[in-house]
Design a protein around this ligand. Structure first.
Ligand SMILES: [Zn+2]
Length: 207
């Protein structure tokens, strides 16, 4: 068997032992009482940026949606199939999370696709999806600063959802813009005081 596939089978066994075996397991509890996560994360599909792993969370802690380049689309009521918007609605309106973390990252292939968007013929969906982000004003070789600008655009799009905007105004929902550096494993958080990304510390404030 392939080594990588064997690894996931072994991981599954470890998961069951740690979280699911016995009458007092975490999974038994979550099954009985349901999920009540207080934090929602919008992250990229990138295999190096797993929110639960980076933040060392347990089952039930995070409500997560992942898409290419961690994009929040604008609020649009139409006949299209809005997967990320549906997840936002579930998390914010029905689970009533208190924190919404938009987790961008360095070396993002989705952002790179946005910057190479003149090559529209080599994919079916990616170029159109990332075009939700207006091309950032940045050096086309500086993917990371473009990714940070994209996070700010996603934040603006968040506020086009009326039930997100209302909760932000009422201080029932706090939005955080985080940028994860793959090489160092460090998170930087957007501060609207200096309009810059600063290392995350335990005094983290929402924007
Ligand atoms: Zn990415």
């Amino acid at each position: 068997m392939e080594k990588s596939f064997l690894k996931v089978l072994q991981g599954y066994q470890s998961f069951r032992e740690k979280y699911a075996l016995g009458d007092t397991s975490v999974m038994q509890y979550l099954s009985h009482y349901g999920q009540q996560p207080k934090i929602m994360v919008v992250a990229c599909c990138d295999s190096r940026v797993d929110p639960a792993l980076i933040l060392q969370c347990d089952p039930g802690d995070l409500f997560v949606v992942r898409n290419v380049a961690n994009i929040i689309p604008p609020y649009e009521i139409d006949e299209a199939h809005h997967g990320t918007s549906a997840a936002l609605e579930f998390g914010v309106r029905f689970l009533e999370v208190n924190h919404l973390i938009l987790l961008g990252h360095s070396q993002c292939g989705g952002i790179q696709a946005l910057l190479n968007s003149q090559n529209t013929n080599n994919n079916d969906f990616i170029t159109n999806w990332v075009s939700l982000i207006k091309t950032p004003i940045c050096d086309l070789n500086d993917t990371d600063s473009c990714a940070k600008q994209a996070l700010n655009q996603s934040y603006q799009n968040c506020l086009t959802f009326p039930w997100i905007k209302d909760k932000v105004i009422q201080k029932k929902l706090f939005i955080h813009l985080w940028f994860f550096d793959i090489k160092t494993g460090q998170i930087f958080t957007y501060s609207n005081v200096g309009e810059e990304y600063l290392p995350l510390d335990s005094n983290e404030q929402s924007i």
